[in-house]
Design a protein around this ligand. Structure first.
Ligand SMILES: [Zn+2]
Ligand SMILES: [Zn+2]
Length: 122
């Protein structure tokens, strides 16, 4: 497989992948700590029990998931997350495949077809 080609294709199509403070590059690859069924896209600092959150949980918790000192950052993060396209979770998972952090699974293979991205074999 050509992971570099997949990374390049993903970045060309989803420029938000260039962000390093949040998004798939800012977290350890995996599912949301709170619901375990959405891609992790942001790290909290704060009083909540969950370190990494996906979009819907971050939205549900709001700025409370961060400490008061990071309240402004939290609002910026939440705004950024809300602007992501619907398929962002799968894009994040594909990013981790492209970086070698996770292996591709059948559901992602289908998503790759839909996005017409270069194929990544395992
Ligand atoms: Zn969640
Ligand atoms: Zn904080």
């Amino acid at each position: 497989m050509d992971r570099a080609a997949l990374r390049a294709a993903l970045r060309a199509r989803y420029p938000w992948l260039d962000a390093t403070e949040l998004g798939p590059r800012a977290v350890e690859a995996g599912e949301c700590d709170r619901c375990t069924s959405e891609a992790r896209l942001v790290e909290t600092c704060g009083p909540s029990a969950w370190r990494y959150l996906g979009r819907s949980c971050a939205d549900a918790l709001g700025p409370e998931a961060w400490c008061e000192g990071h309240g402004e950052d939290a609002v910026a993060y939440l705004t950024w997350l809300a602007a992501l396209p619907a398929e962002a979770d799968d894009v994040a998972r594909l990013w981790w495949v492209a970086t070698g952090e996770v292996r591709v699974d059948p559901s992602l293979r289908e998503r790759m077809e839909n996005l017409q991205l270069p194929h990544a074999e395992r």
